[in-house]
Design a protein around this ligand. Structure first.
Ligand code: SF4
Length: 400
């Protein structure tokens, strides 16, 4: 198998807010120390919905990168790059489009859903229909093993897996594959080669998934194999094809969801967001004017935290003791709403302090961000070119 790698992107369509931080960025910061990660600014994706007003993309790209760095994404651990600076994504998208059935794209649940949600935009476009295929290219081009997603994105990962399987099936046939695979089996050493052949037979004749898993684990452990031989043997296990593109797994993240100030989804366009690098006074003002349980008309009226958006903020920001204090005080009218909001305000400001500090150096010297991204683009491009060499060759385009 190809090395473990995580790929994730974000569309530059406006300033990032605390919903992005708790929903995705915090998870990126955790992942970057566990696995090699590639994080990209999905500017082409932004064009699929904002093709008629690209100015927002241009202004958001660099701000968003500063937001990532402010949130703790570390360029010495993760690769940060801009999608359109690695044109191989577009080439793979085009090549994959040749063999992707239209129905696969039309049945992606978010396609109709998004068209309905963004009814004010004309999204009956070729680019918007192809959006999940471009996503597939973004991931498959790095042979990523894992993609962090929420539940609603799982069908996209399933489609990426189907696209990789179809590609390998159509184009993974290599001249003399059987002979080359047999040679690679010999390189395992006689004991392992015997076991490999037995497990392969068990899988191919009896469909034993257990045998397949055992054989894959053995190949993962076989240090003396070259990458290409290993891929041949993975392919040989299941059939007679080389695995050119690898199937990614969905990495389901249990991110805490922070709603907007009004309890709806946090979004800049709904006017209910707190920006990632919001000014302290603005944070305080926004939280202090948040709506609360409508039953608490007077200070002496008891309330119900479950009917109050401020409570959702306590769930994300407060410790058990503070939550208990807030819930009890709300139900007994022992505390007022402004009192209840203060620990939330303090926690948000505390959380944002290091973000402001980290961002400052990049605001003072924007060339630092440019340099980080230039390095990231170079690195990403090398990885993408490795895959594209194999893809072109497999599709009969390897001539020079
Ligand atoms: S006391 Fe707190 S939880 Fe209760 S309604 Fe007021 S702000 Fe909401």
């Amino acid at each position: 198998m190809y090395p473990d790698r995580v790929v994730s992107g974000m569309r530059p369509t406006g300033a990032l807010h605390l919903g992005h931080y708790h929903g995705a960025l915090k998870n990126w910061v955790r992942l970057q120390s566990e696995l090699p990660c590639l994080f990209f600014v999905a500017d082409w994706h932004a064009l699929t919905t904002h093709y008629d007003d690209p100015s927002v993309i241009e202004t958001s790209v660099w701000d968003m990168l500063i937001d990532w760095l402010a949130a703790g994404v570390d360029p010495s651990q993760a690769t940060l790059f801009i999608q359109s600076k690695v044109p191989e994504h577009a080439e793979l998208h085009l090549l994959l489009s040749m063999a992707t059935p239209l129905g696969w794209l039309e049945r992606v649940p978010t396609y109709k859903d998004q068209q309905e949600k963004l009814a004010d935009r004309d999204l009956a476009t070729y680019g918007f229909l192809g959006y999940p295929l471009l996503q597939a290219a973004d991931v498959l081009i790095y042979r990523a093993s894992q993609v962090p997603v929420g539940d609603d994105q799982v069908p996209h990962i399933e489609m990426m897996r189907e696209i990789a399987r179809r590609f390998n099936h159509l184009y993974g046939k290599e001249k003399g594959f059987e002979e080359k695979a047999q040679e690679a089996v010999k390189k395992l050493g006689s004991k392992r080669a015997k076991l490999y052949n037995e497990l392969r037979t068990q899988f191919q004749q009896q469909g034993s998934e257990n045998a397949l898993e055992q054989a894959k684990a053995m190949l993962d452990d076989a240090q003396n194999l070259s990458m290409i031989d290993r891929e041949r043997l993975f392919g040989f296990l299941e059939g007679s094809r080389k695995l050119i593109l690898s199937e990614p797994q969905a990495l389901l993240t249990e991110a805490s969801r922070l709603p907007g100030l009004d309890g709806q989804k946090m979004s800049k366009s709904y006017g209910n967001a707190i920006a990632l690098r919001e000014d302290k006074d603005v944070v305080s003002k926004k939280v202090r004017t948040m709506p609360t349980d409508p039953a608490r008309v007077r200070r002496t009226d008891p309330g119900d935290p479950d009917k109050c958006p401020v409570w959702q903020f306590h769930v994300v920001y407060s410790d058990d003791a503070t939550r208990e204090w807030a819930a009890k005080g709300c139900r007994s009218a022992g505390i007022g709403c402004l009192e209840c909001k203060q620990p939330v305000i303090d926690a948000i400001i505390r959380e944002q302090e290091p973000m402001h500090e980290r961002a400052q150096q990049y605001l003072d010297d924007p060339s630092l961000v440019r340099a980080i991204v230039a390095d990231g683009c170079d690195h990403a491009r090398k990885l993408a070119q490795d895959t594209m060499r194999d893809v072109r060759e497999a599709m009969g385009l390897g001539y020079s």
